[in-house]
Design a protein around this ligand. Structure first.
Ligand SMILES: Nc1nc2c(c(=O)[nH]1)N[C@H]1C(S)=C(S)[C@@H](COP(=O)(O)OP(=O)(O)OC[C@H]3O[C@@H](n4cnc5c(N)ncnc54)[C@H](O)[C@@H]3O)O[C@H]1N2
Ligand code: MOO
Length: 415
């Protein structure tokens, strides 16, 4: 506890303890981008599958070095894609990627040869055994483990799977998540003019856009007014859509219309905590619903929603996906920062390269939880722990990427 409010570390422990690993499923290797590999992948072939030429040139054989000046008959031509060819002791004209004719063990590039007649060459350089040959299995050998469980599949992994002819992999099921935004002030349709007191729903589109990047499948999105009955119906629809995690925004604080805690009590949910010693997002609520779906009641302010997603929901998604807890990067502060003690701060930040080419993190101006403009300039979060009140420029802070599967490397320099 921090004062009478739960410390972030304790709240996180509760979230992790309530989250369970999802089952695995088979996934076509052409459609597995971004999925988390559940079982390691082993190659059942050599890569390259056969000895082949690394150069356009001439394949030949020798017991030792074949010397410059040697003259050879050209027996034939062998291009990438050609099948078996057998030597009678001469040279074969080969193209890059061509299977090495049987019995030949080295390749001399065409520019190191001189054409004497239509079918005769002279070597202009020595050639050693194995020279310019890409041997079978030299990249991946049969039986080798090439990808380990927990790999988040990226395009380079799909390249490897394709090269190895692996059609299907086993991945963790994607957590199914629903998003419910509360507030009668909210307008969903961007074309609808705002009446007095109304605002546009920005939390809904943010969550719906971020969740797939965090490995989740968004199965239901709904906006409801300040109405506990409508909220309970929306919870039912979210669960009917198969949601294992429900994220709500708004109505968890102290106001007259902050009905989420009471609605949860009425449907028999178990509230695991309400209020955490953090800023922003202090009134955050976490509950287990009947039927076991988890509910994250995020405070309505947009940055409280962003922090709730990043530092509470995403750690739960990692457990569900079979990923270990995240380790932050330690990065020096570009600017000094001070705050009041007792709350852990999650700060909209920007990783930058300083004048000496070193990585630094800048805490952006405008940290209030209603200010979304600085979030659009941010590419990272930096953390100032509850027991720290002032940090000077150059002090190291924990830094997290914008999503648990993303870590930015800035390309622009600090002004
Ligand atoms: N007396 C107190 N008042 C407040 C406290 C407190 O401790 N005592 N905590 C403040 C903090 S911190 C936060 S955060 C907010 C959280 O309030 P709620 O979760 O009840 O959220 P709402 O009141 O529904 O909304 C807060 C704010 O966010 C705007 N909002 C809501 N949903 C959306 C959306 N989908 N898109 C864009 N903006 C949204 C809403 O209009 C409000 O301005 O409570 C403080 N008050
Ligand atoms: O938690 Mo609130 O988001 O500080 O405004």
């Amino acid at each position: 506890m921090s004062g009478d409010t739960l410390a972030y570390e304790d709240a996180l422990r509760i979230v992790l303890g309530a989250s369970t690993r999802l089952p695995n499923e088979a996934c076509s290797s052409t459609r597995c981008l971004g999925r988390v590999l559940a079982t390691s992948v082993t190659s059942s072939m050599n890569l390259p599958p056969f000895d082949n030429s690394a150069m356009d040139g001439f394949a030949l054989h020798g017991d030792t070095t074949v010397s410059a000046g040697t003259e050879l008959e050209i027996e034939g031509e062998h291009a990438a894609g050609d099948g078996i060819a057998r030597t009678r002791g001469g040279a074969w004209e080969v193209m890059t990627g061509a299977r090495m004719p049987d019995g030949l063990d080295r390749v001399i590039p065409v520019e190191q040869t001189e054409r004497l007649a239509a079918s005769r060459i002279r070597l202009l350089a020595h050639v050693e055994s194995g020279q310019n040959v890409r041997h079978a299995g030299s990249d991946v050998h049969h039986g080798e483990t090439v990808l380990s469980a927990g790999t988040v599949l990226a395009p380079q992994h799909l390249m490897l799977l394709a090269a190895l002819g692996i059609a299907e992999v086993h991945v963790a099921e994607r957590p199914r998540v629903a998003v419910l935004c509360t507030g009668r002030e909210l307008v969903d349709d961007p074309a609808q003019p705002l009446a007095a007191g109304q605002i546009r729903n920005s939390n809904g589109p943010f969550l719906a856009a971020r969740l797939p990047l965090a490995g989740a499948d968004v199965v239901h999105v709904e906006t409801v007014g300040d109405d506990a009955v409508a909220f309970e119906s929306a919870l039912r629809r979210a669960r009917e859509a198969g949601a294992q995690v429900i994220i709500s925004s708004g109505a968890v604080s102290m106001g007259r219309y902050d009905f989420v805690p009471q609605a949860l009590e009425r449907i028999g949910a178990e509230t695991l905590f309400h209020k955490v010693a953090i800023r922003p997002g202090k009134p955050l609520l976490f509950a287990r619903l009947p039927g076991d779906a988890l509910l994250f009641g995020l405070p309505g302010n947009p940055i409280a929603v962003a922090v709730g997603l990043r530092f509470f929901v995403e750690p739960a998604l990692r457990v569900m996906l079979g990923l270990p807890n995240e380790t932050p990067r330690r990065v020096p502060l570009f600017n000094a920062y001070s705050k009041k003690p007792r709350l852990r701060f999650h700060l909209k930040s920007r990783l930058r390269i300083d004048a000496q080419g070193r990585l630094a993190v800048e805490v952006l101006d405008g940290q209030e939880s209603y200010r979304i403009r600085p979030l659009s300039d941010a590419n990272a979060w930096s953390i100032v722990p509850a027991d720290v009140d002032a940090l000077s420029a150059g002090a190291y802070v924990d830094v997290y990427g914008p999503g648990h599967l993303e870590f930015p490397l800035p390309c622009e320099s600090a002004a």
